[in-house]
Design a protein around this ligand. Sequence first.
Ligand code: SF4
Ligand code: SF4
Length: 269
Amino acid sequence: MALPFHLCQPGGGASCGACCGLYNFRDHSRGALTRALRRRTETIRALPKEAEAYRNAARSLRRWDKDPFFDPVRLCPLLGFLDDEEKRVGCMAHPLVTGGVDLRDCGAYDSKTCSSFECPSFLWLNAPQARLVRAACPDWYLYGLVITDVELVRGSVKLLEAELGGPADLDAIVASPSALEAARELLRLKETALGRPADAPVFGRFARDDMGEPIPRAIEYEALGASAAPEDDVVLCLGYAPPTHRELESARALVREKILALAGAVRLA
Ligand code: SF4
Ligand code: SF4
């Protein structure tokens, strides 16, 4: 099924800049990213819409981007806020933003790459899943974290369907304010879940290898004296790296609690 909207700028408060390096900082908290985007936006907005000015500014802004989480993933200094309210993130070199001239060649890639790139979510998420994420995550920080995490979305739906004992109607969740709020509480864990070590070298389901490359990680069941549970895909996607069986159980319990709340709201919808 074709996606019903473009995932990058779907409207409704959601927007994404993940593939432009938005989250690729060791500190990728909302506050830190807001400060980085604000700095870039203030610099770029004041420029004449000319390649030389954008190139110079990009070079100068790069001095702030010294601490990438994954070394090979590029950070583009031309990603910023598109609105005064700082609610929409996007490319400040896009012709729709500059007023006509395409200045994306001045960023981390080139214009052709920027305009043609589609991340794996375009392939692996279906239309109801995309609609649910857009509706449940109507803000730039959370939407980008969730829409790019296919395994989180699919894993959450799988847990919900196991609880319901059959297929979940995701569009019915979008249409029900209480079910949508419950879905939001579940997906918001990507930002708010407690008990995740702030200094752990993990980003969702990925860790850094010795070269700074992202590598998929797994739960060390044997070392923890634990066996696999249905919640574990989501636990990993949330960025948990539990050092003990007890902490693993507590992360699973948190996921279960949100799934049960969502299933309850779905039954009443
Ligand atoms: S990561 Fe995917 S959804 Fe986000 S801006 Fe890039 S292509 Fe679009
Ligand atoms: S120039 Fe390309 S990489 Fe940079 S913000 Fe724009 S779309 Fe993203």
